[in-house]
Design a protein around this ligand. Structure first.
Ligand SMILES: [Zn+2]
Length: 554
């Protein structure tokens, strides 16, 4: 008898049928499989041919099930208690929420659907409602959910603080406290921990989704935390007047992180920031980042030109390199020699030749480009253009048959043209080489747990320049979003594609206003329009748009 299970095709076959991967990808991955113990899907992912998001959405498509971003979900305590962690781990599922006689379940592998359904029905009598999620995110969520169920980090942290407060003899070490603090930061998805001495206390804040959130106030007697962290980061604890840097690594809930510690001295004492960097970040796809389908196509078009320069612009922390690597995935990596110079390397793709800037050793962005040109490259990725030399070498390389990808600090896409000129690149060279510019920011998404609709105010309609908008959305604030009303971030962006006419205008040194008008008449959508669209769709809020774009108008 043919069972449901045996009718299911391996993920590689479905991805091939859906056109996510090509025959060449399969061929290459099969070659790799001979010398590896990994599963086929894992090899495809390691080589950068697919992302976990591709796999999850493809399984969802094949099985006609919904895809779910599990990062937006907190499994209920009573739901978690229905199963033990090992069963979830072994069968790769996670119970999320019971509603009436149904239970929401996350799975990551279509071959487990039958087993999981049986386990759920047998153990709970409830009907499972299955959602497809990314495997790496599911494993993280299983680990974190059960770990924090047994070890509620907030109360453990509080207990430890009390013990330290009572310890007037200074006999108690800070290892435990630091451990809980780091776990708490990871649980909150913080990118930075700020430790700030005040007049008689110590304030601890996390940066979450780009915004600071105060999380703890400690008595001044716990100031030794700063020295303990300095020690851990191998920073000179005797030096308390000069700014210092250090680092340490730690594994938290099976994931490795680099912690970069830096101190500066303020009036009240040493201020410390601990930057949290996951050791390896998963490369994402363009649509997953928040590009609309028609714009995914536009970005793909720009990235797949044989030669010229493509620039990503936006402030620090606006996710430029994430987009750069999502764009690189559009390239036929097997047929192209792609070399990179980065600072630091954030994403690793084995088919790229990735190098890291080492200024002390004299290996800078511009040196790297010069070396690369002798290395027969098709594509050169330069982490950042910030000086005349790099700008000129990058642009020159792009006019001699190479595709150059890089980032610049400008506010708008069109501003990249004047920025290149400011850096001393000739207009005719810019006109000759510039293929396109993506300018981007990250806005926070409304928390899915406390999202509510409301009638837009007059002021909001004015700001959005759309009097027809009535209902928009916001987060009411809840426990899940730690009272912020937001959870996670998405991209807002504008894409400038340089056509022949625009190139001629750049060559003739036309003003940015003139070029901008031309672009708008030819389908250019500015970042504000994308924000408005995301506000209308209930993805983000007017306040968030104002916070990120400020009063900027393009
Ligand atoms: Zn909320």
């Amino acid at each position: 008898m043919m069972t449901e299970e045996s009718k299911r095709k391996p993920i590689g076959v479905i991805l091939r049928e859906k056109g996510v991967i090509t025959a060449d990808h399969v061929q290459f991955a099969l070659m790799e499989q001979k010398i590896s113990t990994e599963r086929f899907g894992e090899i495809l992912e390691r080589l950068g041919f697919i992302t976990q998001y591709d796999v999850a959405t493809t399984i969802a498509w094949q099985e006609n099930l919904p895809y779910l971003d599990i990062e937006d979900v907190v499994p209920g305590e009573k739901e978690l208690q229905l199963f033990n962690k090992n069963i979830c781990y072994k069968n790769l599922f996670l119970p999320l929420k019971i509603e009436d006689n149904q239970i929401d379940i996350a799975i990551a592998d279509h071959f487990t659907i039958n087993d999981v359904t049986q386990i759920i029905t047998r153990q709970t009598g409830l009907r499972p409602r299955i959602h497809c999620v990314e495997k790496n995110k599911l494993i993280n969520k299983i680990n974190a959910s059960y770990y924090f169920l047994e070890n509620p980090v907030e109360s453990l942290l509080e207990k430890e603080i009390n013990l330290l407060k009572q310890d007037t003899e200074h006999a108690r070490g800070y290892e435990k406290f630091i451990g809980f603090l780091l776990q708490y930061a990871v649980k909150m998805r913080a990118t930075d921990i700020h430790i700030r001495p005040m007049t008689s206390s110590l304030s601890i804040a996390f940066r979450v989704d780009g915004v600071m959130v105060a999380v703890l106030a400690l008595p001044g007697s716990l100031l030794r935390l700063v020295s303990a962290l300095k020690l851990k980061a191998e920073i000179d604890i005797a030096e308390q007047r000069l700014p210092q840097d250090g680092r340490f690594s730690e594994t938290i809930l099976h994931n490795s992180y680099d912690f970069r510690v830096s101190t500066i001295v303020t009036k009240h004492g040493e201020n410390m920031v601990v930057r949290i960097l996951p050791v390896s970040s998963a490369v994402m796809g363009l649509s997953q980042l928040g590009f609309y389908p028609e714009d995914v196509k536009l970005v793909e078009d720009i990235f797949t030109e044989p030669s010229g320069i493509v620039l990503l612009t936006g402030p620090t922390g606006s996710g430029k390199s994430t987009t750069l690597f999502a764009g690189i995935r559009c390239l036929d990596l097997m047929k192209k020699n792609v070399v990179t110079v980065e600072n630091p390397i954030e994403y690793r793709i084995p088919l790229l030749r990735q190098t890291q800037v080492n200024e002390k050793a004299g290996y800078t962005f511009s040196d790297a480009i010069r070396y690369f040109l002798r290395h027969d490259p098709d594509v050169i990725l330069v982490g950042e253009i910030r000086d005349h030399e790099t700008a000129e070498t990058a642009v020159s390389a792009s006019t001699t048959g190479h595709l150059v990808l890089s980032t610049l600090h400008t506010n708008s896409a069109i501003g990249a043209i004047s920025r290149l000129k400011d850096l001393g690149v000739n207009s005719f060279l810019i006109a000759d080489s510039l293929l396109g510019v993506v300018s981007q920011r990250l806005v926070r998404k409304i928390c899915p747990y406390c999202k509510e609709s409301y009638e837009a105010t007059k002021e909001e309609k004015d700001y959005l320049q759309d009097q027809d908008i009535n209902i928009i959305y916001r987060g009411k604030t809840c426990d899940f979003c730690s009272g912020t009303g937001y959870h996670g971030r998405t991209l807002v962006y504008e894409i400038l594609k340089v056509d022949k006419k625009m190139a001629a205008m750049i060559d003739k040194n036309e003003s940015l206003d003139v070029i901008s008008r031309y672009a708008q008449e030819h389908g250019f959508t500015n970042i504000f329009d994308v924000c408005r669209k995301k506000v209308k769709e209930g993805v983000t809020t007017v306040d968030e748009t104002k916070r990120v774009l400020g009063k900027m108008r393009l």
